[in-house]
Design a protein around this ligand. Structure first.
Ligand code: SF4
Length: 375
């Protein structure tokens, strides 16, 4: 770049980052749009080790090559929004991951990214861009790392020294010549708290990760999940923040910065099972919690009641023995077996005569056996 061009790039970079802060982003940085060779190698290795069928070779290339998203790509503007919350809606009965407690961050991030893009258009008439926020199209953590937002911790999250790891990430790939920020050194040191406290042992050394063991993934896995996974769910309705909660870099960070992400305390086990699908849908509308639909929340609520032996909610489970969804009937039957109450034996025997679904029938027999043994 010529001296004149460097000066212009410096000015543009400062203006863009200042504007990002004005718009409400907590962090902003800029990096090159060169292919992410390091990340590419890591993903190829992971694919071999973990047999990741979700990645095809082409996907990995797409995830790590900005030019495949924007052929003119020169630089990437990375931004982050803090969602660290105090008093979030968690108790002995129910855990909901912090990132899903407020409004769906995709909407908030998109709105702010669009404001930033509108501003950049006033600075550059030939702007070409592509903007993303956690759409899975490109590796946003790698971009955040390169742009100096934070380092990639042993818990695989981006950690910023000031805001910790409870941050949402977004990026704008552009054709602009900008000045790149410096990366932040990894400061995990000898700490292994996240690895030691991972409930499913999904986090391993050297950022190796076993997705199938991750509690957060398990709470979002649809259909019939193994007994081991049901137990692992414990009291989690959605997600798991253990690897972030134990991280020393999440202590003494600014909390509740953005009202959009304030926790909603109106959800509890009783409400989730008491409301019909339409009502529950309305209750969670616009929140990240609505991504997988209502059935999975009801399924997890039933599992929690069984895991925690919350007999006071047994009637809410019994309601689902007649549900239209065979999956919910299946889990309601399983939960009654786990709760092991003698007087449910007759209810299950009556159900067996009417039930048409093979899986549910098998589960009724299993639950009857459990009740016979223990009840
Ligand atoms: Fe790094 Fe420790 Fe935080 Fe894990 S818990 S990300 S090892 S600092």
């Amino acid at each position: 770049m010529t001296f004149k061009k460097i000066k212009r790039a410096e000015k543009l970079s400062c203006l863009i980052k200042d504007k990002a802060k004005d718009i409400g982003f907590d962090l902003a940085g800029i990096c090159s749009a060169k292919p992410f060779n390091r990340a590419y190698k890591v993903l190829i290795e992971r694919k071999k080790k973990e047999d990741l069928s979700i990645f095809t070779n082409q996907d990995i290339r797409l995830l790590t090559t900005p030019k495949l998203h924007l052929p003119e790509a020169r630089s990437i503007i990375a931004v982050a929004l803090s969602y660290a919350n105090k008093n979030y809606n968690n108790n002995q009965e129910l855990f909901i991951s912090s990132y899903t407690q407020g409004l769906d961050y995709h909407m908030i991030m998109k709105k702010k990214l669009n404001l930033l893009i509108d501003y950049i258009k006033t600075l550059s008439t030939d702007l070409k861009y592509k903007a993303y926020s956690d759409t899975g199209a490109i590796l946003d953590r790698e971009i955040a790392y390169r742009a100096g937002i934070g380092w990639i911790g042993k818990n695989n999250n981006i950690i910023n020294p000031e805001y910790g790891s409870y941050i949402f990430l977004g990026e704008i790939i552009t054709n602009l010549e900008l000045i790149f920020d410096k990366k932040i050194n990894n400061n995990c040191g000898n700490c292994t708290l996240c690895i030691d406290n991972c409930p499913g042992k999904a986090l391993q050394k050297n950022n190796y990760f076993i997705p199938d063991n991750c509690l957060s993934n398990i709470t979002q896995e649809k259909g019939i999940i193994s007994d081991k996974k049901r137990k692992l769910i414990g009291n989690s309705l959605w997600g798991c923040d253990r690897c972030q909660d134990v991280c020393p870099y999440n202590k003494n960070i600014p909390l509740n910065i953005h009202p959009e992400f304030y926790p909603d305390s109106r959800l509890n086990l009783k409400t989730i099972l008491d409301l019909n699908n339409k009502e529950l849908k309305e209750r969670i509308n616009g929140k990240a919690l609505s991504w997988q639909g209502t059935r999975i929340l009801k399924r997890n609520a039933i599992i929690i009641i069984a895991n925690k032996k919350l007999l006071k909610y047994k009637d809410y489970i019994s309601k689902y023995l007649d549900d239209n969804s065979p999956i919910l009937r299946y889990y309601a039957v399983w939960a009654l077996g786990e709760l092991n109450q003698k007087n449910d034996k007759q209810i299950l025997m009556n159900m067996l005569n009417k039930e048409k679904d093979t899986n549910v029938k098998l589960e009724i027999n299993k639950s009857l056996k459990k009740i016979k043994m223990g009840g």
